[in-house]
Design a protein around this ligand. Structure first.
Ligand code: HEM
Length: 416
């Protein structure tokens, strides 16, 4: 017979059933680095995407690829590595020749298994944050630290060291957010049981973790060159939804005859900020909210479910207001301020990596510059004003930041 104590425990909110790791949060722990030998034809290509794209051989190699059955992929980690490899190949296939020479059809030998693997994982058949970042790492020294020096990508896109830096720095931002994720249940259960000490303790850890995420994001400028990001890498992350150079979308041959549209990869698909927004009660303005909610369809289904379940909990913000305790108010506001600071710094990053190079590219074009040597002028014009996820960048990001500010408690808002 279940005791009262067990009933109480069962009622508590926990991360157990959401595919969230104790040590690594949303990051896939120790991803596989190899698929069963049958899938070698995929890996032979996937591991050479940057060089094959540069020599313009990637499409022809993929066109000759045999059609393999996805049935021999069994474990979750096998499916994740397969999705990563097939995603990277797809992005390479579509964008190898830039925005002027895209394709309308993804060949059957890639499209069919990609579709099947995507269905089994509940992910879309396009590159996602869950592929390129969460499932795309290994330690060089398996016993060594989880840092830039000791981390390596499994599969990469064109962009050399900057591509490595972009994905791995984003991974380190995810890692920095782990204490925050782990303390979400502490806060939720504290609210449910009226335990203000627990709520304050959880919020304190969450605020520090968000600050660490901002510090990790600062590594972007150390490891990524804005011209390489803008001129080479960015197109490979873009999708075929609301993209003027692929207005119809992409036909997945052997899956369905009508083209399908999917948004490209973006860290807007990271579950971290979605969880924080739901926990703290950040209310986004309808247009930004609908983009952000749509991005949840590009997350592993259990991570999306976690965000949704957090949104169904009693309101933390109202709880804090009802307690009328200065220390609790302060630590709640501290969390919101750290989230605001992260979003403000992120806007800075976007300006450095997109707005500034986009202005330079426009200037070069206007001057009719002979720009063969200028990497940024080869960047796709369709993406100048847009994020790879398809949003019109700056107004979206600023609205999201301002709505975060509006979550501060009334007293603190006056002091900003
Ligand atoms: C060079 C680095 C980066 C650039 C250029 C960049 C660019 C962008 C852009 C253009 C958007 C608009 C949405 C879209 O259409 O994709 C966006 C959204 C977003 N990005 Fe980044 N990003 C970078 C790094 C990161 C990192 C490392 C994170 C952390 C996980 C992150 C988290 C987010 C989030 C959460 C959003 C949704 C808006 C929000 O909730 O504030 N970004 N990013």
């Amino acid at each position: 017979m279940a005791s009262a104590e067990t009933d109480q425990t069962e009622a508590l909110f926990s991360l157990k059933s959401y595919h969230v790791s104790e040590e690594l949060g949303f990051i896939l722990p120790d991803p596989l680095v190899q698929l069963p030998p049958y899938y070698q034809p995929w890996m032979d290509i996937a591991l050479r995407i940057p060089e094959l794209a540069q020599s313009h051989e990637l499409r022809s190699r993929i066109n000759k690829m045999p059609l393999l059955s996805s049935n021999f992929l069994q474990k979750h980690k096998e499916l994740r590595l397969a999705h990563l490899a097939l995603s990277m190949m797809t992005m390479g296939y579509v964008w190898e020749e830039g925005e002027k020479d895209t394709v309308e059809i993804l060949p059957r030998s890639l499209a069919v298994p990609y579709w099947e693997v995507s269905q089994r994982l509940g992910l879309p058949p396009i590159i996602t944050h869950a592929d390129a970042v969460l499932a795309n790492w290994k330690r060089k020294d398996p016993d060594g630290p989880f840092n830039m020096e000791n981390l390596e990508l499994l599969v990469s896109l064109p962009g050399g060291e900057s591509a490595r830096g972009f994905f791995l720095v984003t991974l380190l931002v995810e890692l920095a957010g782990v204490p925050a994720v782990k303390n979400i249940p502490t806060v939720i259960n504290g609210v449910r049981c009226g335990d203000t000490e627990a709520v304050a303790r959880g919020l304190e850890i969450i605020s520090r973790s968000i600050e660490d995420m901002t510090d990790a994001l600062k590594l972007m400028q150390v490891h990524v060159d804005p011209s390489v990001f803008y001129g080479i890498m960015r197109i490979y992350l873009s999708g075929w939804k609301d993209n003027p150079c692929m207005p119809k979308g992409l036909v997945y041959e052997g899956v369905q005859t009508a083209p399908m549209r999917y948004s490209g990869g973006s860290a807007a698909q990271s579950s971290l900020l979605h969880c924080f927004d739901e926990l703290l009660g950040v209310k986004h303005e309808p247009k930004s909210a609908s983009f952000l909610i749509y991005m949840r369809d590009y997350m592993p289904p259990l991570h999306k479910k976690l965000i949704n379940d957090i949104s169904l909990q009693p309101s933390l913000r109202s709880f804090v207001q009802q307690q009328d305790r200065k220390d609790l108010n302060n630590v709640f506001d501290l969390c919101v301020k750290k989230l605001l600071a992260l979003r403000s710094y992120h806007i800075n990053v976007v300006s450095r990596f997109i707005t500034v190079p986009a202005a330079r590219a426009r200037q070069l074009r206007d001057q009719n510059h002979n720009s063969d040597g200028e990497m940024i002028s080869r960047a796709p014009t369709a993406l100048e004003e847009r994020g790879t996820g398809g949003s019109s960048i700056m107004s979206f990001l600023k609205t999201v930041r301002d709505q975060t500010k509006d979550t501060l408690l009334p007293e603190a808002m006056g002091s900003l």
